[in-house]
Design a protein around this ligand. Structure first.
Ligand code: ADP
Ligand code: MG
Length: 642
């Protein structure tokens, strides 16, 4: 005789260990040749299913040797075993084990997914098999739309999908009425005649009688075996078409499966999606708002003029220590003599109380020079600004901001009126045009300008300037001018006890600050994305435990570890990519809406890519654990789960 197809030698299976150990199979020797039709018979609990799972490479024996087609099964890896199941075995179970969510045709096609057949090829072959088995008019039906007998025929068709050289049928008629049972037995007999090796497991002697050889087991021991049945000639099985499944086709299939799995529980999928959607949308919106306010701040600072230099008292890099007593009016006069200087505006100030009639008001008091209007591009609305003569003559004149005008002179004409500042009377000679709030939200119109000379003498009791703003005539030479002012002041003061900043350095500082603000907003939003990711993980874990049996079926029909991993990972990625896409749309819509109601928003592509990328990464990271859990399941354990 030729080489045995299946050779079991001293196979033992023990569950548990120590005191609780129970030996379910004990020293089983069975040899089966190609083309045999064998019934393994025994009462319930005798170990038949355990034996079948070992023969089908779904389970491993505790000891003993299993040679399949001359190959030691123990030496094979997990994936090699999967390939063996895919190419050699076809399983038929008592409870059919069909996937509930998909049609008869798709159920039959499952094993060919893992042998790399293209979708049309698979469907054509599945249709053909189902037609042969008398189910031509049930191709599109889902399992719950089929009778028990029909479901069992679908599962037989599935067993034949990749050839089904060895058909392992565990109580295939156990759940069927007698007519359907007879049909199924006739079918298995036909397959055995056609050259398939059929191993039938049953507790029913009448069913066992239909096989050519009957092996009886009892309490895990073979009690009778007539030995291999002689056969004149085993017909050859048709060669199986194997696809060369490309990874793209595989991924495409996984995405399809993911969508159908998600659509089978739409409400749950939608809730999970919502977590990601909110996360992505808020990242985009928050970054747009952050960047928008940054742009606004930078713009309003630039609007003050890019030709300005600011000289402040205090040595550079001495934060916190505010030296206020180094700049004096003479410094300012000296700067005025330098080339490329358009205007020099000192600033001396503090707050003081203004009184008109019985109304008190405490605005910012700013002692400055006549050049202020020109340097700051801030015109007078009414009356005039004070002149250089006023400065030199210590004139008690004041120009008030709009907010001060409104507070002190709600009904009167302010020009020409006398107001009391501290204990001095000042005449109002002008009202500034409205400036609005500063980028920091401060009311810039709540201010009173007086000549710096008068201010120093009468209001602040000191001559030191808190700032000198220099405007240059030619912006392109601003750096030279800055260097010259520095040299001049070092010479005058005998050291660097001041700082000069130009507009670009100020803008840099301010935008660094607002950048921090943007990141803060962004990271709060990112946390919500993280929460969304945890939602994905949660749903995937639920999905894995709900679909453990499906995983078992897929493994039994030849899915590699990688296929299962891929399937669940892609499901997580589909959720998060879909959520990401909807989130991007929503985020852009929210940004546009906020922009249209006047919130400063700045839109750029980077946050969109960032948010979408984060959503995708979230799916990958949080999908990984559940997917790995699924992929590591033991096929028998997965199959027997409810
Ligand atoms: P049969 O299919 O002949 O009814 P099984 O092979 O399913 O019998 O089970 C044989 C014995 O092994 C039974 O007593 C059962 O309780 C035990 N058994 C099966 N699977 C397990 C398991 N995973 N852990 C512990 N005992 C098991
Ligand atoms: Mg059983």
């Amino acid at each position: 005789m030729s080489m045995p197809l299946i050779q079991l030698q001293g196979i033992t299976k023990t569950y548990g260990s120590g005191e609780l150990a129970s030996t379910v199979l004990n020293d089983i020797d069975i040899t089966i040749y190609r083309g045999e039709f064998v019934a393994i018979m025994g009462s319930s609990g005798s170990g038949k299913s355990t034996l079948m799972n070992i023969m089908g490479c779904l389970d491993k024996p505790s000891s003993g040797e299993y040679w399949l087609q001359g190959q030691d099964v123990a030496s094979l890896s997990r994936d090699q075993l999967a390939e063996l199941r895919r190419d050699t075995f076809g399983f038929v179970f008592q409870s059919y084990h069909l996937l509930a969510g998909i049609s008869a045709r798709d159920n039959v096609a499952v094993p060919a997914v893992y042998s790399g057949l293209s979708r049309p090829e698979r469907q054509q072959k599945a249709d053909q098999l189902l037609t042969t088995l008398g189910l031509a008019d049930r191709l599109e039906n889902k399992p719950n739309q089929l009778s028990g007998g029909q479901q069992q025929r679908v599962s037989i068709a599935r067993a034949l999908m990749n050839g089904g050289e060895i058909i392992l049928a565990d109580e295939p008629t156990g759940a069927l009425d007698s007519q359907s049972g007879a049909d199924v037995m006739a079918l298995l007999t036909r397959l055995a005649r056609a050259g398939h090796t059929v191993i039938l497991i049953t507790h029913d002697p009448k069913v066992a009688d239909q096989a050519d050889r009957r092996i009886e087991i009892s309490d895990g021991v073979v009690v009778s075996d007539p030995g291999p049945s002689k056969k004149a000639k085993v017909p050859a099985l048709p060669a199986q078409a194997h696809g060369h499944g490309s990874l793209t086709a595989e991924l495409f299939e996984a995405v399809r499966t993911a969508f159908s799995a998600l659509s089978s529980n739409l409400f749950r999928a939608a809730l999970t999606l919502l977590g990601i959607v909110i996360g992505v949308a808020s990242v985009i919106t928050m970054l747009a708002i952050g960047n928008g306010s940054q742009q606004e701040v930078v713009q309003s600072i630039s609007a003050m003029g890019s030709n300005l230099l600011s000289v402040r008292p205090g040595a550079p890099n001495q934060f916190g220590r505010r030296a206020t007593s180094t700049l004096v009016a003479a410094d300012m006069q000296a700067i005025k003599e330098l080339p490329n200087i358009e205007a020099v505006v000192p600033e001396i100030g503090g707050s003081a109380t203004l009184r008109f009639g019985n109304v008190d008001h405490s605005p910012e008091i700013n002692g400055t020079s006549a050049d202020f209007v020109r340097a700051r591009l801030w015109p007078v609305a009414k009356g005039t600004f004070f002149t250089e003569e006023d400065e030199q003559g210590y004139a008690t004149v004041a120009v008030i901001g709009q907010s001060v005008a409104e507070a002190l002179f709600p009904e009167q004409e302010p020009l020409g009126q006398y107001v009391m500042i501290n204990t001095n009377l000042f005449q109002v000679i002008g009202v500034m045009s409205a400036k609005g709030a500063s980028p920091w939200g401060q009311d810039q119109d709540d201010v009173v300008f007086v000549p710096y000379t008068t201010g120093g003498l009468r209001l602040f009791g000191q001559q030191f300037l808190r700032n000198i703003t220099v405007s240059v005539s030619e912006v392109e030479h601003i750096n030279d001018t800055e260097a010259e002012i520095k040299r001049l002041l070092i010479a005058r003061h005998g050291g660097e006890d001041f700082q000069i900043r130009n507009m670009s350095s100020i803008i840099e500082t301010v935008s660094a600050t607002t950048q921090t603000f943007t990141w803060l907003l962004g990271s709060i939003a990112a946390i919500s994305l993280l929460v969304g990711g945890i939602g994905v993980m949660n749903i995937m874990l639920v999905s894995v435990s709900e679909r453990t049996r499906e995983i078992g079926i897929r493994m039994a029909t030849g899915a590699h570890t990688r296929h299962i991993l891929q399937q669940f990972l892609i499901e997580a990625l589909v959720v998060s990519a879909l959520g990401g896409a909807i989130g991007v749309a929503l985020g852009l819509a929210a940004t546009a809406l906020l922009g249209s109601v006047g919130v400063a928003v700045y839109f750029s592509l980077a946050p969109v890519l960032l948010a979408f990328g984060c959503a995708f990464a979230t799916g990958l990271v949080f999908g990984w654990l559940p997917a790995r859990k699924a992929a590591r399941l033991d096929p028998v354990v997965a199959l027997s789960s409810e």
